[in-house]
Design a binder for this molecule. Structure first.
Ligand code: PBG
Length: 334
């Protein structure tokens, strides 16, 4: 039998793993607070918080509480938050018309947060699902999510969000042509400085369940979103979607969900070299939390590892419900 030195030719990769200082010295990727975007859920009322059963540790917040959350996030150094509203049922209709209301929940939250915490970035979703009575991201006509009419509505919603002070419009609906339409609408309304983060590769995933509970669409949604989200089997199509969105004017692109789609993150980043984000979605959060609550995994370590993996895959930033928890850990040098 050959000696180990004969087998490896003297290479010993363990040399640089022997101590913490050595591991830190050769570490290739790092997670920092600058990588974090915190998605928060909104509800009506004042001084209200509501637990979300499928997302332990995450709550829906009334606007005043959301302002407090934004203050906390800014203190922790989190660069941006993303807001998602749980809209009163009586305000939802087939076309999601309340999305255009200057005083809807998203817009009121944006104005309040901008006034109190001007240093934090605000990202809003222009998709219609929180506003439709069927929970789809577009307008439903005769059983079909109609593309072009939805795009017009989504572009108008984006302008209303920009008027309220949103810094980045992040449309999550996957309608064809919506990035170009939003860019045109923003520019025509004088919002050249408002950026677009495209949910460029949003897959028809089973990992969105807890989010739908959070915004109150799980009971409404009939059928599925397979006619507009990408088939989880497809990589080439995901790259074509991303290319189209960049050509139409996206400033940043996003992959969603995260952990099951790390290959997509890597290919998007390498192919296009544009700011690439990933959404660690509600189901991913719930899986980690559930296993941790059972004592089956070390929740904190799995959380940190899941986020580091996104950095290793090439992502520039991560939307994650863990954001404040991680920021605390990073701040204390953990
Ligand atoms: C819909 C939307 C979804 C999420 C954000 N916006 C998915 C859906 O309901 O189809 C999912 C976020 C998450 O699961 O954390 N436009």
């Amino acid at each position: 039998m050959r000696s180990v030195d004969e087998i490896t030719g003297g290479k010993r990769l363990r040399r640089m793993r022997k101590a913490d200082w050595a591991r830190r010295l050769v570490r290739e990727t790092e997670l920092t607070v600058n990588d974090l975007i915190w998605p928060i859920f909104l509800i009506e009322g004042e001084d209200q918080t509501e637990d979300i059963a499928a997302m332990p540790g995450v709550q829906r917040l009334s606007v005043d509480r959301a302002v407090k959350a934004a203050e906390e996030a800014a203190k922790l150094g989190i660069p941006a938050i993303a807001t998602f509203p749980n809209v009163a049922m009586e305000k939802r209709d087939t076309t999601g018309s309340h999305a255009l209301d200057a005083d809807n929940l998203i817009n009121r939250a944006t104005r309040a947060i901008k006034a109190a915490v001007p240093e934090i970035g605000i990202i809003t979703d222009a998709a219609l699902d929180p506003f439709t009575d069927h929970g789809h991201d577009g307008i439903l006509r005769n059983g079909i999510i109609v593309n072009d009419e939805s795009v017009e509505q989504i572009a108008r919603a984006a302008v209303s969000q920009a008027e309220a002070g949103a810094d980045i419009i992040a449309p999550s609906d996957m309608m064809d042509g919506r990035i170009g339409a939003i860019r045109d609408a923003l520019d025509e309304a004088g919002f050249q400085d408002v950026a677009i983060m495209s949910y460029a590769t949003k897959f028809a995933s089973a990992c969105y369940g807890p989010y739908r509970e959070a915004i109150g669409t799980s009971g409404l949604l009939k059928g599925d979103k397979k006619t507009y989200y990408i088939d989880p089997a497809n990589t080439e199509e995901a790259l074509r979607e991303t290319e189209a969105d960049i050509e139409e004017g996206a400033d940043m692109v996003m992959v969603k969900p995260g952990q099951p789609y790390l290959d997509i993150c890597r290919r998007v980043k390498e192919t296009f070299q544009v700011p690439t984000f990933v959404y660690q979605v509600s189901g991913e959060y719930a899986m980690i939390e559930a296993a941790a609550a059972n004592g089956w995994i070390d929740g904190e370590r799995v959380m940190l590892e899941s986020l580091l993996a996104f950095k290793r895959a090439g992502c520039d930033g991560i939307l994650t419900y863990f954001a404040p928890r991680v920021a605390e850990i990073l701040r204390s040098g953990g």
